[in-house]
Design a protein around this ligand. Sequence first.
Ligand code: GLC
Length: 549
Amino acid sequence: MAAFHEQAVYQVYPKSFRDSNGDGVGDLRGVTEKLDYIRALGVDYIWLTPFFPSPQRDNGYDVSDYCAVDPLFGTMADMEELLREAKARGIGLMLDMVFNHTSTAHEWFQRALAGEKRFQDYYFFRDGAPDAPPTNWQSKFGGSAWAYAPEVGKWYLHLFDVTQADLNWENPAVREELKNVIRFWQGKGVRAFRFDVVNLISKPDVWQDDLIGDGRRFYTDGPRVHEHIQELVRDTGLTEAVTVGEMSSTSLAHCVRYTKPENKELSMSFSFHHLKVDYKDGDKWQLQPPDLGQLRQLFEAWQTGMAREGGWNALFWCNHDQPRVVSRLGDDRRYWKESAKMLAMCLHLMRGTPYIYQGEELGMSNAYFDALEDYRDVESVNYYHILASSGLSHEDVMARLQARSRDNSRTPMQWNAEPGAGFSDAEPWIPLGHGRMEANAETEAQDPLSILSFYRRLISLRKARPVISEGDIRFLYPDAQDVIAYQRGLGKETLLVACNFAAEEKTLSLPDAFTKASALLDSYEQAPEIDGTRLRLKPYEGAALLLVQ
Ligand code: GLC
């Protein structure tokens, strides 16, 4: 079985992790400083979000040079030191390859604008009158997906920000350039890669308006996407590497293909359906309480579907684009610890490789910013204006940002309870979150019952118990409201996991054999209450029982 089945990945967003040089912005040396903290968690890889030279319009996802380090984050020597020091602690670095688009500040795009035909073919430049974009597609950050470049009298495609121009993967020269980027980092010793929105790289041959949507159905899991990934992987020898693809609006069938080992594409995939259950009508900016029935169904479909077809999931609740899960699906006030631990175990005991986003292991909550000036993210700022001009009140729009802004996860990492949270001695580039300060590494490292200690336990359990990394999975209690429960099985071991997502008690009747099971883990840090065959779950309690036969 593949090693990554029992491994775990820790995601670092360097800008908000630790500022080592007092300029208010986190940096690579800050990550190196904190390697012992990361090692103590027991993870195998650090996924480092982009630190490459970039105008920072989209916090580094607008790359202007893939083979260098932005001075904001340090130097190449700092990067090499980080790689060395991580390796010495048995941790690999996973680099973030943003290959769907480059920044418009990239040399390739600049040369395209200067009229070099060769580089225009690196992107999607299309003729058209300045007031008539080639299609009606919408950018994922709001507005048209096309921008007019007066320098060349053409439109170019940008599925994200106007400064993120989509690369033309149909051009073999582009594919070679990108392979060389992988080879460059392999030369530095990097063996793991994350591929940003990689299922959007293959655009259709015909450009047409989308009469029923924003255009995504034409380029999501596009016509040659599997071919392109296979070629990239084959030509750079990535078959032995640990790779993960971020898949936007994808399908289960495609994720099976992306991750089935015999297809020689990727080790695993991120999909997002489970993080849209609180979107009304699928729209991120329309709030609704999470639909837990739907969440349960989605987990069941993806967990059992990937298992049946031989695919592999990346498991995650949080990343740098998502609100904090304890605020979103837990209760960060009354049941802070209990719900944070329940959410962690619900995810970590499933089939797949877990990813932990910095601060999640501390139970950090949403930012709760109440001033527009506190927001930094280009998407949040764009949508503030889009929503406000659609007639919503300032208060209403601010409430939506509080719930949905990507800045919720980008507030400085809380190392201690001091005024700057141990992130920086200077004014941080983004304000500290207004959530609870007990969620900090210093306090939690000393407490065996902290959320941090619970995450450490979960990670070591996965390595110790093959039933977690390799067991099959079956979902239970389809009719129990607000409960997600499943059973894992391998050889003589059966693990039952039951998670209560509500602030009230729930009672489940256990399969007979389980009356003899032993308690493995509980988000209340006490044995779950079992009365005959009835398992009584307290508010936000997660319980795991192990049966060895
Ligand atoms: C991915 C990244 C996100 C970025 C986008 C465009 O979704 O995670 O942060 O804005 O791609 O690169």
